[in-house]
Design a protein around this ligand. Structure first.
Ligand SMILES: [Zn+2]
Length: 514
């Protein structure tokens, strides 16, 4: 995924009369004719504030006389500029006499557009722990997100296999947590205990790979300029093995971490944070306190998924905590730590978000759910029960069900050089996603939106990542922008063909449509 910016599209020809916008605006009317222009299009537009336009929405008018943009906020103005950039038509004009050079003519089709998003949360997630991509790839992703009017970058920064941020006061985190002694061999699967899968490891040191505070601030600033809020994720109380490799004393059984090596294979790790240890909790508080200062957004992700409680069962400290707090048994520990950190973040002006599992038990309604599971014992009578049930209970929810939104699942292409975790999420499947499916009418206002998730166990570099992201993320972007107003897959397919050609011409390693 090479660096490209919206302006790069000015150099790509699109045929006049076929706008091929992705996401499609809510209302678009071609009025005939064109506006020829030179220079930067954004500077051509006469801008005015119109408080009647919904948040992030805009009105855009291109006539032969000029361009007018109105919006109620800066994000709306920014999205109007993205649409303008996508509308630009570039034509080569051949010379008319000897000695003359060919010239390039730029124009905009005359249009009237009124546009605003269905959902306030239109996200892309990236796991930089299983594999690390780095600043330039992240910036290129943010550019492409802006172009598709996506506004939340969920940055998965800590995991069993890697800890990717340098937190002041905890130098061992990057010394031990940001480097692992081996990785799973490319094209092989390995997800249980590291000893069992030793024959599937490559023996090659991976890292150290991590971001400094200065790197993070640089990317926060880069995202803000594109109206993208970064949602940092610090996983707890499970998926913390890399942190435990750095500080074994924060585990129930420190002797399991004697090698000081993050987890080498994928899958679910049994060694998790010792919730009975006040120092382990203080450690997470210090990390989250720092995260709150570095990331200005109003939401912090605290993970909460796939946390086995087997170590807590036999840990004297955890058992003492259960007794002291009257939590019943080890099932009470995760809701207890979730309540603790929901309140901790609230005291710092932030809302907590976490994966489905962290909403189990008695958790404050202010906690936002991020729903990825599709089956549960109880629910609203639909497959997407986890998120729907949470919305019914009064939690705000971001919908990211794996069978629609997991971009590490197979695309179903005729030919595909890349390796996937499994499953099947085709372009059409992405486009068919409805974040409100199965949610009772009275709870639909709790659905904040959705997100495409990029888990990277089997995604090794930026080319692999771009291929898995695009064009499926284009389909999800349209779902999040238009919601129930999306025009149907046939219409999308016609537009995505031309849109994909633009992405490819701009250097994006975009997968084919089938
Ligand atoms: Zn413990």
């Amino acid at each position: 995924m090479k660096m490209i910016v919206a302006a790069a599209f000015a150099f790509v020809a699109v045929s006049a009369g076929a706008l091929n916008l992705v996401p499609q605006p809510v209302s678009v009317k071609e009025t005939g004719g064109e506006l020829k222009f030179e220079g930067e299009i954004a500077k051509l537009a006469a801008y005015s504030v119109d408080s009647s336009i919904p948040k992030e929405g805009y009105r855009l008018s291109v006539t032969k006389d000029g361009v007018k943009v109105s919006s109620s906020d800066e994000a709306g103005r920014f999205y109007a500029e993205q649409t303008l950039a996508a509308l630009v038509v570039t034509k080569e004009v051949p010379p008319t006499k000897k000695g003359e050079k060919k010239t390039v003519e730029t124009s905009l089709p005359c249009v009237e557009i009124y546009d605003y998003p269905r959902y306030p949360w239109r996200g892309v997630h990236l796991d930089e722990c299983r594999h690390f991509f780095g600043k330039e790839t992240v910036k290129a992703l943010l550019d492409l997100m802006a172009m598709h009017k996506l506004n939340r970058f969920h940055w998965h920064l800590t995991e069993d296999q890697g800890w990717r941020v340098d937190v002041p006061g905890y130098p061992e985190l990057v010394k031990y947590g940001a480097v692992r002694s081996a990785s799973v061999l490319h094209g092989k699967r390995a997800s249980s205990g590291s000893k069992i899968n030793a024959d599937r490891l490559n023996g090659v040191k991976y890292g150290p790979y991590f971001y400094t505070e200065a790197d993070l601030r640089e990317i926060v600033d880069y995202a803000a300029k594109r109206h993208i809020q970064i949602v940092p994720e610090i996983e707890l109380p499970g998926h913390v093995y890399a942190a435990l490799a750095a500080y074994p004393e924060f585990a129930c059984n420190p002797e399991n971490l004697a090698e000081r090596d993050p987890r080498l294979v994928w899958g679910i790790e049994k060694d998790v944070l010792c919730i009975g240890n006040d120092k382990a909790i203080k450690f997470m508080e210090d990390v989250l306190d720092w995260v709150c200062k570095v990331f200005p957004g109003d939401v912090v992700h605290i993970g909460g998924d796939e946390c086995p409680n087997v170590r807590w069962k036999t840990c004297p400290k955890c058992q003492a905590r259960i007794k002291a707090e009257g939590l019943g048994d080890e099932h009470g520990l995760q809701p207890w730590i979730t309540r603790h950190f929901v309140k901790f973040l609230e005291a710092r002006g932030k809302r907590a978000i976490g994966w489905d599992e962290y909403l189990l038990g008695d958790v404050p309604k202010s906690a936002i759910g991020m729903s990825w599971r599709e089956r549960s014992a109880s629910g609203a009578g639909h497959k997407l029960v986890s998120g729907a049930a949470a919305a019914e209970r009064g939690h705000d929810v971001v919908m990211t069900p794996c069978s629609y939104c997991y971009l590490d699942y197979t695309q179903g292409l005729k030919e595909d050089p890349f390796f996937y975790i499994g499953g099947k999420v085709t372009l059409e499947r992405c486009y068919s996603f409805d974040p409100c499916a199965g949610v009772p009418d009275g709870a639909k206002s709790h659905i904040l939106g959705g997100q495409g998730n990029n888990w990277t166990e089997y995604t090794w570099n930026e080319y692999d990542l771009a291929w898995k992201l695009w064009p499926r993320m284009c389909a999800l972007a349209e779902v999040f922008w238009l919601g129930e107003k999306k025009p149907g897959f046939d219409d999308f397919k016609r537009r995505i063909k031309a849109h994909r050609a633009k992405l490819v011409a701009a250097g994006v390693n975009c997968a084919p449509l089938e």
